[in-house]
Design a protein around this ligand. Structure first.
Ligand code: NAP
Length: 304
């Protein structure tokens, strides 16, 4: 069984920054990532609020972070954490590829896109339904798509799709967006239509999506809209299940609970970034990852 001082779970902004700090402290450390380096931030069409960059695509920023982290720490992609057990002062990790022991672990496991849960959604994923406009947007150039949701992600997806020549409408369940003001203004400036108080009730098609059934919650009117694509942006669910099984405290919204030093209720177990809730901002995730790694280092010094 390979033995480490710190294992970081997740290679998004929090995990990569924690990795830079852990590696630079000279700790025997490893990042395991169930998918690919970068996490959900890879899918951000453009990032306008990360200090030092006026405007940078998510994919480019996360590539830079990954390259920097790999100077100090190994990152193993496509390696999924299945279980963690605690025995005295060691943690035993089982993944789909290997088993490890470590003294400290930092959960930077992020979030997963929430599903709408309507008829047809599972069936048409990859056949007209997408959660990532940067990945799939170009497939819909000059075609009709809807974005479902009213948050920052929905607004950013809609603006990106509009920019690349997709005919896009937003469908939102209420009569106001929760996206930031500058995004709302931009949607208005670009003339992107919004169907207010509207919910999607069914996705229909054959090989690909062809239409959606919609319901207006205010008027009670049902309708059917012909569309070629659907981008779903209805929020995120924290990836906290394995931490929860270990006995880490999880709050009522399924986020990992930490103290101000990013310690959980279990010694040697830390958490940082979106899996702990909060404002879901890249710069905050990076800061939390750094702080968690510094505090994990201090913990290691105490128990050694
Ligand atoms: P979000 O802020 O949670 O918004 C989700 C949206 O989906 C809400 O408008 C919500 O409606 C709607 N919704 C949820 N469940 C639904 C359902 N079953 N059917 C229809 N609509 C549903 O999620 P997000 O936009 O993915 O953003 C996640 C986090 O990342 C947020 O904290 C956000 O601020 C952050 N983020 C920040 C940036 C940025 O700083 N530029 C960019 C992207 C994301 P209601 O409004 O009615 O609840």
């Amino acid at each position: 069984m390979e033995e480490y001082d710190i294992i970081i779970v997740g290679a998004g902004p929090a995990g990569l920054t924690a990795g830079i700090y852990a590696g630079r402290e000279g700790l025997k450390s490893l990042i395991i990532e169930k998918s690919v380096k970068g996490g959900n931030a890879n899918t951000a069409p453009v990032i306008l609020n990360y200090p030092g960059f006026n405007s940078i695509p998510g994919l480019d920023l996360l590539k830079k972070m990954s390259e920097q982290a790999e100077k100090y720490i190994e990152i193993r992609e496509n390696e999924e954490l299945l279980e963690v057990q605690k025995t005295n002062e060691k943690l035993i990790l089982k993944t789909n590829k290997s088993d490890y022991t470590t003294t400290a672990i930092i959960f930077c496991s992020g979030t997963t896109y929430r599903k709408l849960g309507v008829k047809g959604e599972t069936e048409f994923i990859g056949k007209g339904i997408s959660y990532c406009s940067i990945c799939d947007g170009m497939l819909f150039k000059d075609r009709d798509v809807i974005v479902v949701g009213g948050g920052n992600s929905a607004a950013e997806h809609a603006l990106h799709l509009h920019d690349i020549g997709v005919n896009v409408k937003i469908i939102h369940r209420r009569d106001e967006l929760r996206a930031q003001e500058y995004l709302i203004k931009k949607l208005g400036d670009e003339g992107i239509p919004i169907l207010w108080n509207t919910v999607l009730t069914e996705i229909k098609g054959d090989t690909f999506v062809k239409s959606v059934k919609i319901h207006n919650r205010e008027t009670g009117v049902d309708d059917e809209l012909n569309v070629n694509g659907i981008f779903i942006a209805v929020g995120e669910e924290p990836n906290s299940r394995i931490a929860g099984k270990l006995g880490v405290e999880i709050n009522s919204n399924n986020y990992i609970v930490t103290d101000k030093d990013y310690r959980t209720n279990i010694d040697g177990v830390f958490a940082a970034g979106d899996v702990t809730g909060g404002v879901n901002q890249l710069v905050v995730s990076c800061g939390e990852g750094a702080a968690a790694a510094v505090n994990a280092y201090n913990y290691l010094k105490q128990v050694e």
